[in-house]
Design a protein around this ligand. Structure first.
Ligand code: MN
Ligand code: MG
Length: 663
């Protein structure tokens, strides 16, 4: 456990990584607060990162290629440039540094953390030079011993006021795991060049939902308290201890919901806590100030949360959070006389969606993590598990498919663990998943294709294309049926008995073709689609989903089910019945991709044999034509084994291969 570091820091020490020619140097103009500060007034710039998730290099390890939207090595260039011109700066991190990309998984699952080891994200942060940090919810993902060893090498204090070994009768009697706050004794240089002492209090908070999300690591030995309750108890003590200024390092998002117990996203209401001067927010992976958040108490123009300056710096190093505070001498102390907030991006997205980097890597940050980067590259390219079946999506639109099955198996496994001890435990868990790479406009090569044998981490990006997070909904059997009806709009209506009809409607995106595992059903293509392309009920009398069964019997329309899916679908993406946001019962902190990696690591060998839980209903011997990638021919026996009467039918257009299916 790190001891609070109360030594005065001098900003010049922190510039060791700043080299002449840093690209960001030209970005910044002297801030008006610095220009305006008079004797007895000082401009303090609080710089922040949040949700780094081990992103140090501008590199997407899943895709195994450079990516200019991420990396503390880039954010560090903005930090260096501001330090070079600012009189008074403080650098803080807001948590979620430890987990969330293959470098983090490599250290946790492969290299390990012996006592004394320096974790690469800590090596990078120590190189940048931080004054303080707090815990995010993901810090607990690899267990407490791991976290202890990581934090032991942080050259800055880490604080958290609502995470404890056990709770007392009131927050200040909690047996906290870390110091709740730290008071940094610094000197501020005022507008006349005179130095004055200042005591800056930094207090940390983590979402109490960690007790659910990391139950396996925390239950029985740790406890978390409501963020606002902890803040109202501890902030007065920070003041009593002599802090001139109190800044909340709040690993919690911004949400304009009314105050309630155990809020996950409590940053707005922290603005209403007396004694807090400014809030560094995070957790939501969004940006404040920006149009990302709207609602009562939020002022985008001023960057305020209930009137207090706030900032949220995106995620993965995408932005640097900047709180510009104008402080005025107030007797022996200081008072906040003015403020501005901004999140400074490391890249811009152009109109054609291309990315232009705004800064270059800081060489010292790259150098501090070069070995870990090289080892991570080897790790993502090496075997982490094996698959007994080839994982390909060539036939994912016409038969139950192993590339979709593996996603569902991992999702069901994960959700079952997450729902233990909740009111939803014991409900049947289904999983909805769609083939993301299924040809179409992506072309005849655009398929998932992982052969049987070793699976590498980088293959998981191929299995799950989007960085979605996992969510689950609780819906009825009737809603399950309608969800599948919406999916079945993928196909054209087929006339029974007629030859060579075109099967797939090319206007329907494959990512909206959810199949649901855990139930069995057939799709009757002789019926028109019940829902149109936009998800509107178009043919109220049509029913394509037939023989829908759960547990071997017709599904009970009133029975309740949990359906594992993703944040896009659960919040209304694709307009699926039962998935409009109101039915969500689990907002998981993990990406679906991470869930698949964990599943493969846990199982060692996976055997995602498709269970043929869905198929087309017979249509009087009608034949349909289906285009897929030419490599599909190698897997023809495989899909025939799943009950599909399929044969080659020559070439399709644009390099696709054509197949004929008899219904
Ligand atoms: Mn995060
Ligand atoms: Mg299946």
């Amino acid at each position: 456990m790190p001891k609070p570091d109360l030594r005065p820091h001098f900003r010049l020490d922190r510039r060791r990584f700043l080299h002449a020619g840093t690209a960001a140097a030209g970005l910044l103009l002297l801030h008006p607060f610095s220009a305006r500060a008079a004797a007895g007034q000082a401009h303090l710039r609080i710089l922040s990162t949040t949700d780094l998730h081990v992103h140090v290099h501008a590199y997407d390890y899943y895709a195994d290629r450079p990516n200019n939207t991420m990396g503390l090595a880039r954010t560090a260039a903005i930090i260096a440039a501001i330090r070079a011109e600012a009189t008074n700066t403080l650098m803080v991190d807001n948590g979620d540094y430890l987990q969330g990309n293959p470098m983090g998984d490599y250290i946790a699952y492969s290299r390990g953390m012996a006592e004394g080891d320096v974790h690469p994200v800590i090596a990078a942060m120590n190189t940048v030079g931080y004054d303080a940090g707090t815990l995010g919810n993901h810090e607990f993902n690899y267990g407490m011993t791991f976290l202890e060893r990581v934090n032991a090498r942080a050259e800055f204090p880490i604080v958290c006021a609502n995470f404890a070994r056990s709770l007392g009768a009131s927050p200040r009697q909690d047996a906290l795991w870390l110091p709740p706050y730290v008071i940094l004794e610094r000197e501020l240089t005022d507008g006349a060049g005179t130095r004055h002492p200042i005591r800056i209090g930094l207090i940390g908070f983590v979402p109490p939902q960690i007790m659910q999300w990391d139950r396996a690591h925390l239950e029985g030995s740790f406890a978390a308290r409501d963020i606002l309750e902890a803040a109202r108890a501890w902030v007065p003590e920070v003041r009593e201890a002599g802090a001139d200024l109190v800044v909340a390092l709040a690993h919690t998002g911004i949400s304009a919901v009314p105050e309630a117990a155990m809020l996950e996203n409590a940053a707005l209401h922290l603005g209403g806590v007396e004694g807090i001067d400014a809030i560094v927010s995070g957790h939501s992976h969004r940006v404040w100030p920006s149009a990302d958040f709207k609602g009562e108490g939020l002022d985008e123009a001023k960057g305020t949360l209930m009137g207090k300056p706030g900032v949220m710096a995106g995620f993965w190093g995408s932005h640097m959070g900047l709180l510009d505070l104008m402080l005025e001498k107030d007797g022996a102390g200081w008072r906040l006389a003015g403020h501005e907030s901004a999140a400074r991006p490391i890249y811009k997205r152009n109109e054609d969606r291309s990315i232009t980097p705004l800064v270059e890597d800081v060489a010292a940050v790259i150098a501090a993590t070069a070995a870990a980067h090289a080892e991570t590259l080897a790790y993502v390219r090496a075997e982490v598990g094996r698959t007994a079946a080839p994982l390909h999506s060539y036939f994912a639109l016409v038969a139950d498919d192993p590339s979709v099955q593996i996603v569902s198996l991992a999702q069901i496994w994960y959700v079952a663990g997450m729902l233990k001890g909740t009111p939803h435990e014991g409900l049947p868990i289904l999983s909805a998943a769609a083939p993301f790479k299924a040809g179409g406009r992506g072309g005849p090569e655009y398929y998932t294709d992982v052969p049987a044998g070793p699976v590498a981490i980088k293959n998981v990006a191929d299995l799950y294309l989007y960085p979605n997070t996992l969510q689950a909904v609780r819906i009825t059997g009737a809603q399950v049926r309608e969800w599948l009806e919406r999916s079945a709009g993928m196909f054209n209506q087929i006339v029974p008995g007629q030859p060579d009809q075109i099967l797939v409607n090319p206007e329907f995106p494959s990512f909206n073709f959810d199949t649901i595992d855990g139930v069995s059903y057939r799709i009757d293509l002789s019926q028109p689609a019940r829902y149109d392309l936009a998800g509107k009920l178009a043919n109220p009398d049509a029913h394509r989903i037939v023989d829908l069964a759960w547990n071997g019997a017709p599904i009970d329309p009133a029975a309740e089910f949990v359906v594992a899916s993703n944040n896009y679908r659960a919040s209304g993406g694709g307009s699926f019945p039962g998935a409009d946001g109101s039915t969500v019962i689990l907002v998981a902190p993990d990406t679906n991709r991470d869930v698949i990696v964990r599943y493969i690591v846990e199982k060692g060998t996976i055997a995602p044999a498709a269970d043929a839980n869905w198929s087309f209903a017979p249509a009087g011997g009608a034949t349909v034509l289906f285009d897929t990638g030419p490599t599909a021919a190698a897997y023809l026996d495989d899909v025939r084994g799943r009950g599909v009467a399929i044969e080659p039918a020559g070439d399709g257009e644009g390099g696709f291969a054509r197949f004929r299916i008899t219904l």
